[in-house]
Design a protein around this ligand. Structure first.
Ligand code: ATP
Ligand code: MG
Length: 419
């Protein structure tokens, strides 16, 4: 893809009110545009990364055997009254139609999925089952802040599971917990698995997945060596204590919650009288679990944990492109452009995602933009590199560049992309 043809470009300056690295670099890099506080357009560059993150999440949910569906954001008041959440949830956006009918804009989907599942899961033979979607959520957050970490309109993967008994729900819950760890690891994110407050005192278990960053709002007591963590508010352990899981020493840390999972018990099946018929023909209540991952927040958390002073340093798995090709067409302009054009075509033919900065701009500008955008590998075709029959190779994580002979470049890129 030619950068000159990409809709949405880097900005010379970051917005003055950018309070976090993700707000700064995602806006300045041309990944997102802020429409208003907490509401963003995902520009073509940012959408490529968001899609990769969502595809990783999708693959891990599919591996659990969950079915993907797509539920409405426009939801009837009656469902929200059944769960006492029409009045009970302060962040719920409410709308009135021209005929005076009330609707909620979905901030979550238990109120849709429970009556939906009730239509299909009538017998023990229909259970267990699990469904998920990746959809937009609306929340009237008092304070939208920290770029895409806390928005009023954002994307979330939400999964719901339905079971005939507690053992079955617990088994699925633990498989989901492992799937979450895998999904975050594939996105290049280290997470702490935090058992949430309710879990200690009540029967129903819940876990949060916390990415460590000072941009987060949650205080944790966590282990620097393994994934153990507790929320400071309810922690049974304190900084300096030995980690109960490994040899580490617990420390105070800040995190952002990128996902959570809940054992809901019969909370929502009670509200909607969701029963199934068991083997003996008796009616019994369905047990439910719910499992969320904020996918737009996840992109923000990746930036918070993968950047330097110049811009983003995307993990390969979620980078918008694999290669950032820069042509510096000075006085030998035509030759350089031809070599770059051929390389661009060769890379695309090999299925390698390449962004070619083909603009008539200064080397300084192009290099600064490449660092800001943060694609893992930068290739430069210049008079200097051509004089050596080479292409300059620089990885975003490294300080230094080196020359790779032109005839070896394709193979080297392929090795780099797949290693
Ligand atoms: P938080 O405590 O951060 O407000 P939450 O407990 O309200 O999160 P859930 O309602 O369970 O979170 O939502 C599931 C996931 O959606 C969260 O783990 C988080 O990743 C994401 N999420 C929640 N609120 C927002 C928001 N305002 N903007 C972006 N992502 C969000
Ligand atoms: Mg919240």
């Amino acid at each position: 893809m030619r950068y000159s043809q990409l809709f949405g470009k880097t900005l010379r300056e970051a917005p003055a009110d950018a309070d976090t690295a993700n707000a700064k670099f995602l806006i300045q890099g041309g990944f997102v545009d802020q429409e208003m506080a907490g509401v963003y357009t995902w520009l073509p560059l940012g959408l490529r990364t968001l899609r990769k993150v969502e595809q990783i999440v999708r693959e891990e949910m599919d591996a659990l055997g969950a079915g993907e569906l797509f539920m409405p954001s426009l939801q009837p008041k009656e469902y929200w009254e059944k769960t006492n959440r029409w009045e009970g949830v302060d962040i719920l956006f409410k709308l009135k139609s021209q005929t005076g009918k009330d609707y909620a804009l979905g901030c979550t989907h238990e109120e849709v999925v429970t009556p939906l599942a009730r239509k299909f899961a009538v017998s023990y033979k229909d259970l267990p089952s699990a469904v998920y979607q990746i959809n937009t959520k609306f929340r009237d957050e008092l304070r939208a802040k920290s770029g895409v970490l806390r928005g009023r309109e954002f994307r979330m993967k939400d999964m719901y599971s339905f079971h005939t008994n507690q053992e079955d729900l617990s088994a699925f819950y633990h498989r989901a917990l492992e799937a979450y760890k895998k999904a975050f690891a594939r996105c290049g994110l280290n997470v702490k698995v935090v058992q949430a407050s309710g879990g200690i005192f009540t029967e129903n278990v819940s876990h949060e997945f916390q990415a460590l960053t000072d941009a987060g709002e949650d205080m944790l007591v966590a282990c620097p060596q393994c994934d153990f963590g507790q929320n400071s508010e309810v922690a049974t352990r304190k900084p300096g204590d030995a980690c109960p899981k490994c040899q580490g020493t617990l420390a105070q840390m800040k995190g952002v919650e990128v996902g959570n999972i809940f054992d809901l018990g019969t909370k929502y099946s009670d509200a909607f009288d969701f029963d199934f018929t068991d083997e003996e023909g008796r009616k019994r209540r369905v047990l439910m679990g719910c499992y969320g991952i904020g996918t737009t927040r996840l992109v923000g958390a990746i930036v918070e944990t993968h950047h330097d002073g110049k811009g983003v340093r995307w993990p390969k798995t979620v980078a918008p492109f694999a290669v950032h090709l820069v042509s510096l067409a000075g006085k030998d302009g035509e030759d350089i452009l031809n070599v770059a054009e051929d390389l661009h075509a060769d890379l695309e033919r090999s299925g390698i995602e390449v962004l070619w900065d083909d603009r008539d701009a200064s080397p300084g500008r192009k290099f600064a933009d490449a660092d800001l955008i943060g694609i893992p590998l930068r290739l430069v075709v210049s008079a200097k590199s051509l004089a050596e029959g080479s292409v300059e190779w620089k990885e975003r994580r490294d300080a230094d560049a080196r020359l790779v002979p032109q005839q070896d470049i394709l193979e080297a890129v392929q090795t780099f992309v797949h290693e």
